[in-house]
Design a protein. Sequence first.
Length: 374
Amino acid sequence: MKRHSIALSALALVSLSSMAQDAVVRIGHVGPVSGAQAHYGRDNENGARMAVDELNAQGVKIGGKKVRFELIAEDDAADPKQGTAAAQKLCDAKVNGVVGHLNSGTTIPAAKVYDSCGLPMVTPSATNPQLTALGYKRVYRLLANDNALGAGLARHARDVLKLKKVAIIDDRTAYGKGVAEVFRNTARTLGMEVVSEQYTNDKAVDFTSILTSIKSKKPDGIFFGGMDPQAGPMLRQMQQLGLSKAYLFGGDGICTEKLAELSSGARTLGNVVCAVGGASLDKLPQGKTWRSRYDAKFPKQFQVYSPYTYDATMVLVDAMKRANSTDPKVYAAKLATTDYQGVTAKVQFEPNGELKTPAMTLYVYKDGKRVPIN
C-alpha cells in the first residue's frame, strides 16, 4: 500500500513537472458578462473557452514545444470606456492574441489599443464596416458586416414581403446606427418609403412614445438597429399599441434565442425577421455535432456568436502553428494567409481583414423558436 502511494506521488510529480515545462499561450477574450447583454457575453466566452479546452486536450505543439492554452477573460459591460480599459489590461498582460469584442461600439476603440501594442485581434461579432476601414493591420472579422445584413433585410422586405412603407429606430450605438443606416439607404434605393426615423439608447425599456408616433404613419414594417434587451420590450409594446401586423426587422443584435423570453410571449414575436452574418449551424457540416458539444458543456446558454468565438480562437492558433511561433510579432502575418475550415465557414480573409464570401442567414420565430428561412 505504501509503495503504491509513493508510486502515485512520483507520477503526480512527473505530471506537474511536465505541465511546468509546457509553454503557456494566453488568449484574451473580451465581452459583456455583466449588464443587460451578459447573455451574449457569456455565450461568446463559452465558445472561446470550449476551443481552449479542446486545444489543450489535443496536446498542441508549436515550434517543437508543447503548449498549454489559457483563456484570459475580461468584461467590458458593452461600454466603450470599459472596452478600452480591458484592451489595455490584455496588452499589459502580454497575452498572445485576442478574440473579441462583442459590440462594434467597444471593438472599434479597443482595436486602436491592440494596434498600438501589436496584438492581433479577431472579432466574432462586431459588424460595423468602419472597423476594417481604420487601416489596422492585425484586425480581422469572422462574419458578414452590416452592409450585408442591412441590405439583405431591406431586399427581403421589398422583394419577398412586398412592403412599401417602413419606419426606422436605432439605439445610437456604432452597431445600431450603422446597420439602420444601411437598411434605410437600401430601402430608399429599392423604392420603399421611409415614413419615420426615431432614436433611442441601449439602456431604454420604454418605447411607447416612439411607437405611438410611428403608428400614426402606418408603416408595413419597423427596422430596429439595436440589441435584444430593447427588442424584447419593444415587441410587447408593439402588441399593446396595436402594431400587431407590422414586421419588426433587425440585424444579428436581436436575432437571439433569448428574444422569445425577453418578449414575454408577445404575439408580435411572430412578425420578427432578423439576419445573422453566417450560415445556420443546422446547415453546416460540423454544425450539429458542435452544437451538441456546446450544449453538453454549457446547457441552455447558446445565443448567437459562440461558434464564431470558437472559430476565432482556432484561427489564431492555426496562424501560430503555421508560423511556428506564439509571438504576435511573428505569427500576425500568417493571419492574412488563413485558409482554415471552421465550424462557421471556410475562413479566408480579404486584405482589409474582412471575411471572404461571407454567408448571411435570415431567421423568423415560430412557436417561440428561431428558425432559418434561407
